[in-house]
Write a protein that binds this ligand. Sequence first.
Ligand code: FE
Ligand code: FE
Ligand code: ZN
Length: 277
Amino acid sequence: MFYLGCHLSASKGYLHMGQEALSIGANTFQFFTRNPRGSKARRIDQKDVAALLTLAAEHAFAPLLAHAPYTLNPGSAHQKVREFAHMVMADDMAIMENLPGNYYTFHPGSHVGQGIEAGLELTIDLLNQVLGPQQTTTVLLETMSGKGSEVGSTFQELQAIIENTDRNDKLGVCLDTCHVYSSGYDLVNDLDGVLDEFDRIIGLERLKAIHLNDSLTPFGAHKDRHAKIGAGVLGLKAIVNVINHPRLRSLPFYLETPNNVEGYAAEIKMLRAAYRP
Ligand code: FE
Ligand code: FE
Ligand code: ZN
């Protein structure tokens, strides 16, 4: 089964996202639990969520992927900002239990000059406080491009977080193709080598989701500029290799390309045609 979806707006509710996904040939999707630049969570309408879960089950959707707000930085030097990150993520974990067994991805933070070791510790701190034994949500660390002082742009950093988190049975990784290429993992010329390295350092069993994006900036640029599929430096051929790779092809793929819904529909159609049965 080829699980492919894209980022959708949650502004019209949960069921609407499921219907929109179906209408564009998707069988999963990503969404924000709250305003990506703010903190206010939408009130959960139980009926709306239940209707989405029914629809997702009927159409054999892959796990849904929630994305934490960009403003969440557990690595901040300011206690207030760190407390905000803890509060928001704890609240998101509670929200996610309304749709049990799905995924929640977040950016592991920026250490803002405190050094990578401090950044890693602060992220581990967040996870040790927020992950609960009863939760059914798997929290995914997103692979980052390493812009500014971002934490999580190497497989070693992600593994350090996983190793030192108490409840790491609740942790996985979301690999963003734009970000890893920009951080210096050559998906274009050495996809096998990158996956071997991921497996050696983290273990491919931790890889739960792929953010499928092309990139505007050159290899190793440590920038975070997504491009439409085939319109960036990765190119269509490399992206088609990613979706068909034997070690990746059964994972869910989520597009975060600069598109409106019609644009996503076209990319989904193109990628489905390129997926080898
Ligand atoms: Fe992200
Ligand atoms: Fe991403
Ligand atoms: Zn990005």
